[in-house]
Design a protein. Sequence first.
Length: 193
Amino acid sequence: MQNNNLDGKIVAGFERLSQVFRVLLWEKAKKYDLSPIQIQLLIFIKHHYGNKSTVSYLAKEFNLTKATVSDTIKILEQKKYIVKEANSSDSRSYTIVLTARGLEIVLVTEDFTDPLYDIVTETSENDKVVLWQNISALIQQLHTLQVINVQSTCYNCHYFSQQNGSNHCKLMEIKLETADIKLDCHDHKPARL
């Protein structure tokens, strides 16, 4: 089907791209004696605020069980890449924070996507905008279908609005061009359904 149908070819292309991410991540993981999920969690923790660095949030973000995330966190703590900071209002809850050693390992592993980044860098600005428009729309549709659990994109944000066919951010008080749409915004506030 994938050779006789454009829709099938596109879906098969997505599958090939997902293989690229797995291969790149595994290569980096083997080099530093980590698992792919360990690298992904460390990178995520580096780039997100404390309230997103909890077992519950990480489980939702990566579509894993809390037990799997807890086991991974335990290993990362044993390797001295992270520490758990207790929540002052709830002794059972904690936030995960990188140690200096954890930050060092992130700095040498987070470049696993560089081969793809280099290809995108060479693409024309017009093609990048079209590609991003399609990718962000596809991600939003997958979120609507509940295939992707957590999304902090502009499209499902309280501050997002559409006026006269244009996208706007009410928080920043700006018109959002296609290239301005964020995939993971730190100021994201979930829209009420």
